[in-house]
Structure formats: structure tokens, C-alpha cells
Design a protein around this ligand. Sequence first.
Ligand code: DX5
Ligand code: ZN
Length: 216
Amino acid sequence: MGVIISPSVLSADFANLERDVRRVADAGAKWIHIDVMDGHFVPNITIGAPVVKSLRKACDLVLDVHLMISEPKKYVGDFIKAGSDIITFHYEAQKELTLDIIKEIKSSGVKAGLSIKPQTSADEIREFIPYLDLVLIMTVEPGFGGQKFMHECVQKIADIKEFARLYKRDDLYIQVDGGINDKTANICKNLGANSLVAGSYIFNSDDINQAVASLL
Ligand code: DX5
Ligand code: ZN
């Protein structure tokens, strides 16, 4: 499995979202990463299910939805209905409901992802790996684009890769999000990441084609 680049629309121009999504699709991206923030789980507010629904109509990319919200259980149905292909939520949000939420996502035919913040260990989510399609390791505190990559989180990539091997889950997507550029991308890929989210590095670049290509 080659590495999958998922450009984060958080750094796109929200008034020209369709144009910006086309640009990354033309640059060869197959996924688009949509950061949903509720101003509660993280100190920022972004977009909700109606925008996912509009993007569903506007492009053929895999809609990779990252929920940074306090109550994923309450809202996950809206994001399924909106046409998400992958829904990733945070383990820290409603720990006791984690398996319930994964099963709700998967029973709708949508891929399920679980994300961990920098302070959460890979061990804490190990038991869920047999049920998951994707694990998202945050390498910044969630909430904002353009932050500095936290090198102290990278060991978790290798940890998850090892768990995936033990559970015979070679098909698991191991995704990294936060501070990805051409240099940090290499570190993550060498440790076993097979999906990289990048916002500011791609959308703030003068040459989007070159930026996407430099992460592959
Ligand atoms: C941050 C979001 C990221 C963000 C990454 O909470 O989850 O997806 O867009 O932005 P960069 O790539 O600029 O660090
Ligand atoms: Zn994200």
C-alpha cells in the first residue's frame, strides 16, 4: 500500500472550497480531509455536516472526515448521512462509547477511524484495532492548522504498526495529522504511516502540484 495524501481543507479558502478541492484533486490527491470542530472539544469552530454534503456533490475524492467534537455519538449519524467515506473521531471524547460509535459507523458502510491526541498513548486504543479501518495519530494538539510537528509523538506510529501486525491488520490505515511537510512526512512514512494529512504545507504553497508530490 503506497502512502495516501489527504489535504486538509482547514487551510483552504472556505469561500472557494470547490476550486481548492479541485486543485488538490488535479495535483493527484485521492482523499480530502475535513476538520470538524465544535469549539468545545477543541478551542476552535469550523464546519459541520452541511459542508460535507456539499463537498460530496462537488467532488469524487474520498471524504476523510475528522471529528474533533465532544459528542461524536450524538452527531455521527449526520456525518454518515452527509456522505462521508471515512469518519474518524477522538477516543478522548466519549471513551466508554468508543466501540458503540465504531459499530454505528461501520454498520452504515462507512470506514471508521479513531484518533488520539498527543498525550494519549497507543496502548489505550490497542483493543479497538480489530474493529477499525484507520488510526489517526495527532502530531499537534488538535484545533488549528500551521502548528509545529511534535516529534515526541512519532513512536506511536511504530506502536500502532506493531499492533496492526499482531492483529494481522496489514490493511489498517495509519494516518498522521499535524505539522506535516516534506521532511516530517519522511519520518512518519519510515515508521509505518501510510496516510498523511497536510493542510498549510499544501494550501499555502506556491505550487500545489509540487507540494503534494513532495509528500509521496
Ligand atoms: C488540526 C487538524 C489538522 C490541520 C493540520 O487540528 O486536525 O487536520 O488542518 O494542519 P497542518 O497540516 O497545517 O498542521
Ligand atoms: Zn485533522
